[in-house]
Design a protein around this ligand. Structure first.
Ligand code: 13P
Ligand code: SF4
Length: 304
């Protein structure tokens, strides 16, 4: 038996023994995606975590995602296989900076992208993901919205919800923010029949040259249902692997060189095994902060 197969079988055995489930984000390495019981975008993973029957969740993703699962399912043991899998954007805003923004805009409601710390969520009115940010802001009972931490997702929301004033913070994702519109132009010239789909974390000028702006699961649905056969996909490379697997007759090209989130790529199959075996690393948070963050997350889930 190959080593990989043996590892898969041992993971399967441990999952049964410990009544555990593996949740994975679309950006994980392919062998981890394939070992997961559920693969999805941030919104799908949050919803899944909130309604599970298993006692233990192994979260193959980054820290804010595992924290979100723990907040929404506090009675479960939530494990993050790699402690060093963080999201740099989530650490870009401090509580003091947010409080300062709030004091400058006392009538505004705070909408916080889930790519944020638990402390920031706790200071927010509602959370959002890339899949529901527009819908959340559209339906909030406030004319002024403080949108943190991603400036690009925030400016996309502002464009689609012009009736509201969206106050931005200067956070960004180092993977998406570095994609250039020239890269899209060069790929379009090479593949003129391809549809260009981009994640809302890209810069506004990149968004402007795209055919569609979509969350990772929005992209998956789009390529599945589109009559087109070629797609230029401006997001992290892990998603392109899933697209190819699920749509073998279609072609997927990155926007220039493949875009890699090194944090998402840290978790290996061996880390998943160790995590299950040794029950590490347990996600724990201050209960009072976690309770307040939970209010903002549950508020988001009400928006459908
Ligand atoms: P999605 O919610 O679209 O999967 O995005 C999460 C993320 O981290 C994007 O960089
Ligand atoms: Fe964070 Fe960007 Fe990585 Fe997503 S792709 S986890 S936003 S650094």
């Amino acid at each position: 038996m190959s080593e990989k197969l043996e590892l898969h079988q041992n993971i399967f055995k441990l999952k049964k023994e410990k009544n555990a489930i593996i949740l994975s984000h679309n950006y994980q390495i392919e062998e981890v995606q394939l070992a997961a019981d559920f693969l999805g975008d941030s919104l799908e993973l949050s919803r899944k975590a909130a309604g599970l029957s298993q006692a233990m969740i192994v979260f193959a993703g980054v820290k804010f995602m595992a924290e979100t699962a723990k907040i929404l399912a506090p009675e479960k043991k939530v494990l993050l296989p790699r402690l060093d899998a963080g999201c740099p954007m989530a650490d870009m805003i401090t509580v003091d900076e947010l409080r300062e923004m709030k004091s400058r805009h006392p009538g505004a409601m705070v909408v916080t992208y889930v790519n944020s710390s638990v402390e920031i969520k706790a200071e927010s009115d509602v959370c959002c993901t890339s899949a529901n940010a527009v819908h959340v802001v559209e339906n909030l009972p406030a004319k002024e919205i403080i949108f943190i931490p991603d400036q690009n997702l925030g400016s996309y929301v502002q464009k689609l919800v012009p009736a509201k004033k969206v106050i931005l913070f200067e956070g960004f994702c180092y993977v998406h923010h570095r994609i250039k519109k020239e890269e899209i132009g060069a790929m379009r010239a090479r593949y003129p029949r391809a549809r260009v789909i981009v994640h809302p974390e890209v810069r506004p000028e990149v968004r402007e040259v795209a055919d569609e702006v979509l969350s990772t699961s929005g992209m998956l649905n789009y390529v599945k249902n589109s009559p087109a056969h070629e797609f230029i996909v401006a997001t992290e490379q892990g998603l392109l692997q899933r697209m190819k697997r699920e749509n073998p007759s279609k072609e997927f090209f990155p926007a220039g060189a493949p875009k890699i989130c090194s944090n998402m790529k840290r978790t290996t199959l061996m880390d998943i095994y160790d995590s299950l075996q040794e029950e590490k690393y347990v996600i724990e948070m201050d209960p009072a902060i976690s309770k307040r963050a939970g209010q903002a997350l549950r508020e988001m889930l009400k928006y459908g």
